[in-house]
Design a protein around this ligand. Structure first.
Ligand SMILES: Cc1ncc(COP(=O)(O)O)c(C=O)c1O
Length: 330
């Protein structure tokens, strides 16, 4: 389904734990003076552990988002890339900006400069599993508890990189790619339960008459989810764009983003989220561990943003209810 070999998929306790282990491997593998590029659009999980490698003499370069558009401009990445860079870390989709970054283009730029690419897919994967083999990502991470599964962090590590990075597990497991970066060992019950995610994709495919091999079924379900979510998201974005009291982060076009919609209210967001609950809407208020991304927009993380998210099982009448609730609350 993911377009990679079975042993290129590792199961760890969470994405945060997985990046932490990977960062230890890079710490051993890299030489002082070599560089890693991180962004300020990411969730802390895919930036903090890498930034800490500065303590080992590794140079950290920050690819900064444009505070007006919220976007990461690939041209800005080019200015940071040179022969010292070993790794580029970036989100497929930021959990507060929502914009879908062009993974293929960014990984191609990283590879052309001789660097590997580590992609945080946690905020994208709930909206459709990507064929990771086709993205060019050397590492792609997502969290199964956000993709209709149990609490696991799933990471794809492509063989070429995984067998080069120092083994982080027991020495006698060094030849086994899917064990090398999961020193905690497998949580068998959770790994078994994760099979339910694949069953779910298969059932959706069967229900909608999508045929073919696993990758084709997965791609078909991905496209259906994106189409349905986009059709519901566009009216919400237009509604929000017409509201002067809120600032929408990220693109106002549904085809360029996920339905993870963060709003700067210019005041504390959490009480507004609480008020929406009275209207039957479950929203969130806070910084969502994307503290650096909020600061890059000039937003006080203590005030945070109001975040409205939905997925493929949401109905149009629920979006209408959300807009009525926002009218009453804002
Ligand atoms: C974009 C993004 N990356 C990483 C994480 C961390 O995932 P985990 O909770 O599995 O550590 C999250 C969690 O919310 C996230 O939204």
């Amino acid at each position: 389904m993911l377009g990679v070999d079975t042993d290129e998929v590792s199961f760890g306790p969470s994405t945060t734990q997985n990046t932490y282990v990977l960062a230890q491997a890079f710490r051993q593998w890299m030489q002082p003076g070599e560089a890693i590029i991180v962004t300020n659009q990411d969730h802390e999980a895919n930036t903090g552990p890498w930034r800490r490698l500065a303590e080992a003499g590794i140079e950290i370069r920050e690819w900064r988002l444009n505070p007006e558009s919220s976007s990461l401009d690939p041209a800005d990445l080019d200015a940071l890339l040179d022969e010292k860079v070993r790794l580029v870390c970036f989100p497929h989709c930021s959990n507060v900006v929502g914009e879908v970054n062009d993974v293929l283009e960014i990984t191609a730029r990283a590879h052309a400069a001789g660097a590997f690419a580590c992609v945080d897919g946690v905020s994208y994967a709930p909206h459709g599993f990507e064929n990771i083999g086709k993205t060019g990502a050397d590492i792609y991470l997502f969290s199964a508890y956000k993709t209709y599964g149990p609490h696991q962090g799933i990471m794809v590590i492509r063989r070429e990189l995984g067998m080069v990075l120092p083994n982080q597990a027991h020495f006698f497991n060094a030849d086994c790619l899917y064990k090398r970066f999961t020193p905690a060992g497998p949580d068998h019950a959770q790994v078994a339960a994760s099979a339910g995610m694949a069953d779910y994709v298969d059932q959706l495919a069967a229900h909608h008459g999508i045929e073919g091999g696993a990758a084709a079924r997965c791609a078909g379900v991905h496209d259906l989810m994106r189409a349905h979510e986009g059709a519901l998201l566009q009216p919400l974005l237009e509604y929000l764009r017409a509201k002067p009291s809120v600032r929408l982060l990220g693109p106002d076009r549904a085809d360029r983003r996920a339905p993870t919609v963060a709003l700067d209210l210019g005041r504390a967001a959490e009480p507004v989220a609480a008020a929406l609950a009275d209207h039957g809407i479950m929203a969130g208020g806070g910084h969502f561990y994307a503290v650096r991304a909020l600061q890059a927009h000039g937003i006080d993380p203590k005030k945070g943003v109001l975040r409205l998210s939905f997925t493929h099982y949401t109905h149009r009448d629920e979006i209408d209810r959300l807009m009525r609730a926002l009218d009453a609350t804002l």
